[in-house]
Every structure is written in structure tokens, then in C-alpha cells.
Design a protein around this ligand. Structure first.
Ligand SMILES: [Zn+2]
Ligand SMILES: [Zn+2]
Length: 143
């Protein structure tokens, strides 16, 4: 399903409306995402011009690398998004946490990255693209 999709953090202080053009999600198993979320980061890509936030004053961001930041709600701590802070890799797309959406079932997983970094504690079912760290670096040139 595509169109206008809504979502919010656990406490509701931060909410958003996004125009979704691709109903899919991606999973990152890199060590930074693992430590940040406690498991793996599952996100939906939204173009910067396609999202409107309410309660943006509650968004805090941690600069996790020279090229990206990771944002959360300052009231409840919910993971909000990963976003590029430089223009070197294309538009500064919001990688919005899947779990924030009111209808997370609308976004089936189409790709897992850093699959060789995934903890053996779990595995996602399904027949989708799985890229190793080396393949990600070759394809995107960053993490
Ligand atoms: Zn919150
Ligand atoms: Zn990651």
C-alpha cells in the first residue's frame, strides 16, 4: 500500500505523516544499529520533502558518524530515524523506524544489509536480497 501513512513514537510527543511511494522496508544488522536499537534497525525510506513532523521540538539526534545521525524522542526514547547529514550519497532520505507506523504490515522487508554481522539469536524469514558488509560497501560506499 502506498499513499499517506501516519506514525508516532511511544508517548505520542512526536508524530508524522509521510507520503509513501514504495511500500517496502529494509533491515540493517550493522554493529551500530544493533547497539542503538538493541537488535536490528528496520526502516522505511522517505524522501525529505515527503514527510511532515509534529512535535519536532522533541526530536533529538546523535551524530553517529561523519555522514549520519540517529534521532529519538526526548520524552520516551523511541527510535525515530537514521538520516544522512551530508549530500555525498544522494538525498538526505529519512530511514524511518518501521515500528512507528500505525500500519507496519504495509511494508514487507525487501532487503537485509550487513547480513554477515547479524547476531545468530534470530533470522528473518523470506526470500529477499541479503547483502554482506563487503557488498554494501561496494554498492553504497558507506553505512
Ligand atoms: Zn515519545
Ligand atoms: Zn546499520
Amino acid at each position: 500500500m502506498t499513499g499517506t501513512m501516519k506514525g508516532h513514537c511511544l508517548c505520542g510527543a512526536v508524530s508524522f505523516e509521510a507520503t509513501v511511494t514504495k511500500a517496502e522496508s529494509g533491515v540493517c544488522h550493522c554493529e551500530m544499529c544493533r547497539r542503538w536499537t538493541g537488535s536490528a534497525l528496520v526502516t522505511v525510506s522517505i524522501m525529505p520533502e515527503d514527510i511532515r513532523f509534529e512535535g519536532a521540538e522533541h526530536i533529538r539526534a546523535f551524530t553517529s558518524s561523519d555522514w549520519a545521525e540517529r534521532a529519538w524522542c526526548d520524552r520516551c526514547g523511541s527510535t525515530l530515524y537514521y538520516r544522512l547529514t551530508v549530500d555525498d550519497y544522494g538525498p538526505r532520505t529519512y530511514a524511518m523506524a518501521l515500528g512507528l507506523f500505525d500500519d507496519p504490515d504495509a511494508f514487507p522487508v525487501t532487503e537485509e544489509i550487513f547480513i554477515d554481522r547479524k547476531t545468530s539469536a534470530y533470522a528473518l524469514a523470506g526470500d529477499h536480497r541479503r547483502l554482506t558488509e563487503k557488498e554494501v560497501m561496494a554498492a553504497y560506499g558507506g553505512s
